[in-house]
Design a protein around this ligand. Structure first.
Ligand code: GP9
Ligand code: MN
Length: 432
């Protein structure tokens, strides 16, 4: 209803975080390349197995002054896993409390998503590259409503026989065989690469890995380091293609992990490898394991470095828009620019729990974020802070659900925005 829309608008207005003028437009006019690191958790960064770095290339990006890297960035997905991460990044709204928004609402809802916004404000072309079939997670419909001009799915690649594993074309081949399409795209472009090889149960063909397995009681945990190493090599090769083609200097490369790879029930098998005891493992520890990488690599800059502010996937779009010099005030986006002095550091999980620089709220318990100690007796002041954060989280999730379940964007067109007509998009015969 329109009163629901009004409450969403009011929340977004109050929650708005203005750009830091030093950052606004820092990457203006550059191509945007988003690399979706499937199931990739933050703990892999700088981690070793048998004395060998698991992801040496991503580690080098993480520590590079050309990269804004985030040490406290969390995934926020629910049951829609990859598709929820995509929705968070493309729309800065949350997924649904149950199921996948892509599957449940993606065929009918009105979207005001990144490809449409970038196209309409700054003339970006757009494409997704992915080695699985187009219909998985209903992407073939959702991408049209988001205004993606091109979707290079499995059918555009030779994915036969041992060129695929698990969910589709192996990542090294996806990157290699995408370059010929990427090079033809009108610049500036917004291009997203969704990797698949580092996916549960993380099995690899022996010819694709010489990296040691870990030695725990859980086979998928042991495999995880091999497939993460393969993903690292895939990204490294892609950077080499970008440099060779000359695209690198003209681009900004955004890398993020979509969600956990190791589920909470398996974290106790992982614990000893992290120097922790499985016996003391608790909800606080599980919450900390929801950290995933977020890196914004901007070739040529020197101002990057490891950022400590807390943030989540919902914050990526407003951050990106500001970096590209796009004003965000008129859009109904739930995240805030991570570089803004007003950035909201309370990070909601989809189940209503949350993390912040001071507290973790998980499974009905409140923990001191620094020490990990459960706070059983809160001071009056702590109580107030925790309640304020909890209310903020509950409200954000409730209003996002109202917006999406009510398809409210059909009643709200930001000034200058042209609604997307999905029927104008067709991915069956190459470039549009
Ligand atoms: C499949 C891939 C996997 O296309 O994106 O999705 P997930 O199982 O991680 O949600
Ligand atoms: Mn995924």
């Amino acid at each position: 209803s329109t009163s629901d829309l009004a409450s969403v608008q009011q929340y977004i207005k109050q929650h708005y975080a203005a750009a830091d003028p030093q950052m606004f437009g820092l990457a203006k006019g550059r191509n945007v390349i988003v690399i979706h690191l499937e199931s990739f958790e933050q703990f892999l960064i700088d981690d070793k197995v048998d004395g060998k770095e698991v992801t040496p290339f991503l580690n080098s990006l993480y520590h590079d002054k050309q990269t804004y890297s985030f040490a406290n960035f969390f995934h926020q997905v629910g049951q829609g896993k990859t598709s929820d991460a995509e929705n968070l990044l493309e729309t800065s709204t949350y997924g649904l409390p149950e199921g996948s928004l892509f599957t449940q609402l993606g065929s009918d809802n009105t979207f005001q998503a990144a490809p449409a916004i970038l196209q309409q404000t700054q003339g970006y072309s757009s494409a997704v590259f992915h080695g699985d079939v187009a219909s998985f997670w209903n992407r073939n419909n959702v991408y049209k409503s988001m205004g993606y001009q091109n979707f290079f799915d499995k059918s555009y690649f030779d994915a036969a026989g041992d060129r695929s594993i698990g969910y589709g074309l192996k990542d090294k081949l996806l990157f290699k065989d995408s370059v010929k399409y990427l090079e033809q795209m009108q610049q500036p472009f917004y291009a997203k690469f969704i990797t698949v090889t580092n996916h549960f149960p993380f099995e690899m063909d022996s010819e694709d890995t010489d990296f040691p397995k870990a030695n725990t009681a859980d086979a998928s945990v042991n495999n995880y380091f091999q497939s993460a190493h393969y993903l690292d090599q895939s990204v490294q090769e892609f950077f080499a293609y970008l440099k060779a083609s000359g695209l690198y200097q003209k681009s900004i490369i955004v890398l993020y992990g979509d969600h956990y790879g190791i589920s909470n029930s398996r974290n106790t098998d992982l614990a000893p490898l992290l120097g922790k005891s499985a016996d003391d493992w608790d909800s606080y520890d599980n919450a900390q394991m929801q950290r995933v990488p977020f890196m914004i690599h901007i070739p040529g800059i020197k101002s990057g470095g490891i950022q400590q502010q807390y943030a989540g996937e919902v914050d990526v779009l407003p951050t990106l828009e500001h970096l590209l010099g796009i004003k965000t005030k008129k859009y109904l986006q739930f995240g805030t620019d991570v570089f803004s002095p007003q950035h909201d550091q309370v990070v909601p999980f989809r189940d209503g729990d949350w993390v912040s620089p001071q507290y973790t709220k998980a499974d009905g318990k409140v923990y001191d974020q620094k020490t990990g100690q459960e706070l059983t007796k809160l001071t009056k002041q702590q109580k107030t802070q925790v309640n304020t954060n909890q209310n903020k989280v509950t409200t954000a999730l409730r209003l996002s659900d109202k917006l999406n379940n009510g398809n409210l964007l059909r009643f709200y067109t930001p000034k200058g925005f042209t609604p997307i007509k999905p029927q104008n998009y067709d991915y069956t015969d190459g470039f549009t």
